[in-house]
Design a protein. Structure first.
Lengths: 452, 767
């Protein structure tokens, strides 16, 4: 006679340490678990709800400036330090961890319009409407010494005076060059008092400049003539210009995709372009109801943050038409500058109300040390959320955001206007000879022309 | 090389021409006529009349055509005498032989445009090298940004090898540990370690001072204890007591003497408990709660009651292990529990002990609390009760011993191993309960303890225990028999139940089935008869079963029933069996049934359910009118209108239905609102087909339905980064576009790091 018994090996059921988890043996046969999909759907729903519950994105404000914050720069080597410049000519270095000013950089007479730090973190470059470019020694040792001593202000290492006001500055990745923008685009070297190169194309002033971090010889600028220009330092010339219907306030290159950049436009949209095909935007990122003032890419290249004149900060995926997150507080005024932190998990915004604000990049992310089991749980939740995100209930909860009334109303108004426009166009099309009325896609509609 | 004069003279004017002639004269030294003559000749050749008189003011066609231009030869001729003329001439000839036309330069703006265009092309080309990398990263299921972080040492050994003593203590320890002599001695046998361990004067002094310190500490401790003793707080002392008990318990485990003392104390407590039954729900509180019902109490009370009972059972349980004299022998007994004569042995011992207890209990304390008169009286009373109990027990022991000797030797080990209350298991009580249930007409054989059994029913638990014990010991074969009887009866009961309850039900189902196959369902009368028919044989079966008391047949009772019913039914239909054609058969089968009408009715019902008829308007008195003076003219017009509209709407809805034109079909258009939550309205963006979308959610990814090894890959997020690690921008690396992602994973420098499925590392992080 054959006797069937359950046999279990001792090894499988013995823990090495008393803290180890007891092993659980499961039968993964799907026919035994017919309700698994339903269970996961409910879990996804719960995960989305939990996300809502835990969404506490605002970490804190950094108070200290006495005028609106106009620009910021992150130190590429130091995660917790950020420089900020204000409209009254005050430059401060903040310790994000303690949310305190480490030191100040006095000297500018007018508003600071541009700040940037060299890749090694040693040199801080500032420029402003007082027609000066100042270089500061911002190496960590130097500043640490300063923060320890009683005196907490720094003398500029060098001051370059120009003819016109400077409106923007950006540093090249891994080199000694930086570019300033104003009446023209100047390329400077740390060690020279004169610009080593200047570019002028058109007579309007250039308001923003950004080097491509992946392809360091490429830089993009935007000007008051509503144009976006590309430059190549190897060719020693501007390369291409594209004119849009509205001004571009800021540009950010995708750090992981050196051919793509996103332009923050005055019309409240952001336009992602391929530098090789400027006749059409790759993606139009809508949602802001007023001019987008600044934009910065996450170092992962998968999302970017925008600050707008409508007093909100929004986070977008690099390829999505609408924002995934909106941040606002009652006291935050017009946002002039935004930055992603170097590790991609925080967002810093500087606004007209003289404050810098620190936000989490993921609103419901758990801060601090996360245990492996916890992490696995979070990952699982994220995975099922992603899986069921298209189902109406999950989608509804995930998308729901409480908006300030003015923004809600403005958004509704804009929607109504665009709907009306669309309707009108459709009617016009319906009542005219086929093919005589064509509609441009939004990706192309706002572009006037590409200038060679 | 640049073109100088020619271009400027291209559009020659009259003055220019004059100047030209003059210049020619000056250079060549010939009169102007010579040039003019040349022109004339040419003109004659052409034969074209001149519009203007030939003069230096009217440029001839030659001049316009450039025939009159200065050639290089003209310029060279006067230089013939100069040295180096030949060389110059040769060069000029060379130039003339392979000369090319050179265009005019563009305007600076246009020139810049062209340059920019070219530069754009080049930089476009430069940038395109990123295409592959970008595409690869975009297609990757996961981007990893948390790699290449130097975490330092990975193993304990590596960390330990790097250890360097820093503090003084550490240095001292290191010096000792790494001392060669010590190491050697340790490695050999350790005897030399003793030799090395010589005590110096200083060390002795140290020791003495240490001891002095300890003494002073002790003194202080005593002082503290005194102070504590003075404290009057009850809570404090309760806690203290708790602590003390704890330490005592640990002491008991360590010291046999203390253990013995403890055992004595316990013994007394237990004796007291048995006498007073203090914890057996005797007090007023417990009684009150029991009368109120235990289930209606809150959790705390129930727990308290349970605890009390627990305490009682603990105290009344017989403990051999506590008695030092018999501990070892008891253990032996238990070991040899399966022996045949075990029971008698144990019983003998028990008798011995009880006798001893009875004799020992004579002595009474002469002093202390127990010497007080009322205490003494109480004790005596208790003692009397105890003795009585002991006597009773003694008698029982004797009885059981007798039984044991009488009974057959092959007794179950369960029965023999019983030697006290402690081992009294739950299974026995069950059996006894079952025995109580069994009617008294069952014969217990030659059991003398029948009376006792009766007594146990009265509820005296103490005696019941002993009785059951005795019974277990005595009447094992009887018990077995009884057990089987009981089983038989229960089975019998079960069977009865089956016959009573599910019997008709099964037959009903069978009949339904039969009627379904052979006749149209819904013929109620026939069904009824079927039920009756089936009920009859089941009844007979029941009787049969009552008569026979064999277990073998009981399994198949329901089956046989079903067969019977079938037989009856089939025999009825078999009588008129012919071989009709299929059509005829169908017609016969459905004769008299108006299926179409029925279907119509069904369809109408469904239609009405899905598009309900509007309610008839009802007039509520006083509603829709101003005063009672107004004459009522029936329903107000708006109501009628609304009603009419509702009808129209309904009709339209019915017309619009998918099955409106289909005669034999019902297509339900009812929407399940709950199910709708689980569907998307449109196909979501990245998916191109419904199947693909559904496929994406098909397999669960949870930890319950996937092994731990697979979960990581299933749940891995799109971007894996570590907070606090700065991510640097991408750097260029060559990518083979034709390489498969799997192959890439196999790369030597990546294979270690890439654990996930197709995970891509950005390789650009720094700690």
């Amino acid at each position: 006679m054959k006797v069937k018994v359950i046999s279990r090996s001792v090894d499988d059921f013995t823990r090495e340490r008393s803290q180890d988890l007891q092993r659980v043996f499961r039968n993964y046969d799907p026919s035994l678990r017919t309700q698994e999909k339903a269970v996961e759907y409910v879990r996804a729903l719960n995960a989305v709800k939990l996300d809502k519950i835990f969404a506490r994105p605002f970490i804190g404000a950094m108070d200290g400036h006495i005028d609106g914050v106009s620009c910021m720069a992150k130190n590429p080597t130091q995660l917790k330090w950020i420089f900020s410049g204000a409209m009254d000519g005050d430059i401060r270095l903040w310790d994000i961890a303690s949310r305190r000013t480490v030191c100040q950089f006095p000297g500018h007479q007018g508003a600071i319009r541009g700040l940037t730090v060299s890749t090694d973190g040693r040199m801080l470059v500032s420029c402003g409407t007082d027609c000066t470019v100042r270089l500061w020694n911002a190496s960590a040792d130097n500043l640490m010494e300063l923060s320890n001593s009683t005196k907490n202000s720094v003398e500029p290492a060098s001051v370059h005076v120009g003819k016109n006001a400077y409106l923007a500055v950006d540093h090249q990745w891994d080199s000694e060059l930086f570019a300033t923008a104003g009446a023209q685009v100047d390329i400077w070297n740390h060690n020279r008092s004169e610009p080593i190169n200047s570019f002028q194309w058109g007579s309007d002033s250039v308001i923003s400049v950004r080097f491509n971090p992946g392809e360091p010889n490429l830089l993009a600028t935007s000007a008051n003539d509503r144009s976006i220009m590309l430059y190549d330092l190897r060719m020693v010339s501007p390369v291409r210009k594209m004119i849009m219907m509205t001004k571009t306030n800021s540009i950010a290159w995708n750090p992981m995709e050196p051919i793509n950049f996103t332009a923050a436009n005055e019309d409240g949209n952001c336009y992602s372009y391929d530098a090789r095909k400027l006749d059409e935007a790759k993606c139009v990122h809508r949602d802001h109801v007023s001019a987008v003032m600044d934009i910065d890419y996450s170092p992962t290249g998968r999302e970017f943050v925008t600050g707008s004149y409508d007093r909100t900060v929004r986070l977008f995926y690099y390829n999505s038409g609408h924002s995934r997150e909106i941040y606002h507080t009652k006291r935050m005024q017009r946002v002039f500058c935004v930055k992603f932190s170097g590790d991609g998990s925080y967002v810093i915004s500087g606004s007209d109300d003289t404050n810098l604000r620190l936000w989490k990049a993921k609103a419901s992310e758990q801060l601090g040390v996360v245990l492996p089991r916890e992490r696995k749980k979070h990952e699982y939740h994220a995975a099922i959320k992603k899986r069921y995100m298209h189902l109406p209930e999950v989608k509804r909860i995930e998308r729901h955001r409480h908006l300030p009334k003015p923004i809600y109303k403005a958004a509704a108004l804009m929607r109504a206007m665009s709907d009306a426009k669309k309707r009108k166009e459709e009617r016009r099309k319906a009542h005219s000879a086929p093919g005589s009325v064509t509609t441009q896609p939004l990706r192309r509609r706002r572009i006037i022309k590409e200038v060679e | 090389m640049r073109m100088t004069g020619d271009a400027a003279d291209d559009d020659s004017s009259e003055e220019g021409d004059g100047r030209h002639t003059r210049m020619l004269q000056g250079i060549t030294g010939m009169p102007s006529e010579a040039f003019e003559g040349k022109k004339k000749r040419k003109m004659k050749d052409d034969g074209i009349p001149e519009l203007y008189p030939e003069s230096e003011y009217n440029p001839s066609r030659d001049v316009v055509d450039g025939d009159g231009q200065i050639s290089i030869d003209d310029l060279l001729n006067p230089l013939q005498d100069n040295p180096g003329f030949g060389k110059l001439r040769k060069r000029i000839q060379q130039i003339e032989n392979n000369s090319k036309a050179i265009h005019a330069p563009l305007r600076t703006a246009d020139q810049a445009k062209v340059e920019r265009k070219a530069a754009y092309e080049i930089s476009k080309k430069e940038v395109t090298k990123w295409q592959q990398i970008i595409q690869r990263n975009r297609e990757a299921p996961t981007l990893l940004f948390d790699e290449n972080i130097d975490l330092g040492f990975s193993t304990v050994g590596a960390i330990a090898s790097e250890f360097e003593p820093r503090t003084e203590f550490e240095r001292k320890m290191a010096a000792l540990v790494s001392d060669d002599k010590v190491m050697e001695a340790y490695k050999k046998d350790g005897s030399r370690l003793l030799e090395m361990n010589t005590v110096s004067v200083e060390e002795e002094k140290d020791r003495q001072s240490r001891i002095a310190k300890m003494r002073s500490l002790l003194f202080r401790h005593e002082l503290k204890a005194k102070r504590i003793k003075k404290i009057k707080s009850k809570t404090y002392h309760r806690l203290l007591k708790k602590d003390r008990l704890k330490t005592e318990y640990s002491k008991i485990q360590m010291d046999p003497e203390v253990a013995k003392e403890f055992a004595m104390k316990q013994e007394r407590l237990r004796a007291e408990e048995r006498m007073t039954l203090r914890h057996k729900n005797q007090n007023r509180w417990a009684k009150r709660i029991l009368t109120r019902g235990l289930n209606s109490q809150d959790e705390g009370t129930r727990a308290a009651i349970a605890e009390q009972l627990q305490r009682h059972s603990e105290l009344t349980r017989k403990m051999h292990s506590m008695k030092d004299s018999s501990s070892s022998s008891d253990g032996d007994d238990e070991d040899a529990g399966s022996d045949q004569d075990m029971g008698s042995k144990v019983l003998g011992k028990a008798i011995e002990k009880t006798m001893k207890v009875i004799q020992d209990d004579d002595e009474t304390p002469k002093s202390g609390l127990l010497s007080l008169p009322f205490m003494r009286r109480g004790l005596e009373k208790n003692k009397a009760a105890a003795i009585e109990e002991a006597n009773l027990a003694l008698q029982e022991y004797k009885d059981s011993k007798k039984k044991l000797e009488n009974s057959v030797g092959s007794e179950g080990p369960e029965a023999t191993s019983i030697s006290g209350r402690r081992v009294f298991g739950a299974s026995k009580t069950q059996i006894s309960d079952a025995g109580n249930k069994v009617k008294s007409d069952y014969n217990y054989g030659s059991s003398d303890s029948e009376d006792d059994l009766r007594a146990s029913k009265n509820g005296n638990i103490e005696t019941q225990r002993s009785n059951i014990l005795q019974k277990d010991v005595n009447t094992d074969p009887v018990l077995i028999q009884e057990d089987t009887d009981n089983h038989q009866e229960s089975v019998f009961k079960d069977f009865n139940e089956i016959v009573k309850n599910p019997g008709p039900k099964t037959t009903y189902e069978v009949s339904l089935f039969v009627s379904d196959t052979w006749k149209k369902a819904g013929n109620r009368d026939e069904k009824g008869t079927n039920v009756k028919k089936s009920a009859m044989p089941s009844g007979s079966v029941r009787q049969d079963r009552k008569d026979t008391e064999k277990e073998v047949e009981e399994d198949s009772d329901t089956d046989s029933e079903g067969q019977m019913v079938d037989r009856i039914l089939t025999s009825g239909s078999k009588l008129s069996y012919e071989l009709p054609s299929q059509e005829e058969l169908i017609r016969q089968a459905f004769a008299g049934d108006d299926l179409e009408d029925e279907f119509e009715k069904d369809k109408m019902e469904i239609l009405n359910a899905e598009n309900p008829e509007p309610e008839k308007p009802v007039l509520l008195p006083g509603w829709g009118q101003w005063t009672h003076v107004q004459k009522k003219k029936g329903l107000p017009s708006w109501m009628l209108k609304e009603h009419e509209n509702a009808w129209k709407k309904r009709e339209e809805a019915i017309k619009k239905r998918k099955d409106a034109q289909l005669k034999n079909v019902i297509i339900s258009e009812k929407l399940d609102k709950k199910a709708e939550k689980l569907h998307t309205k449109a196909l979501p963006f990245p998916f191109t087909s419904k199947e693909a979308f559904e496929q994406s959610m098909r397999v669960p990814i949870g930890p319950e339905s996937n092994p731990a090894t697979a979960i990581g890959a299933l749940n891995r997020p799109e971007v894996v980064k570590r907070p606090g690690v700065i991510i640097k921008p991408i750097q260029f690396e060559e990518v083979n576009p034709h390489e498969k992602p799997e192959e890439r994973r196999g790369d030597k420098h990546r294979s270690k790091k890439n654990k996930g499925s197709g995970g891509r590392s950005m390789k650009k992080t720094s700690a």
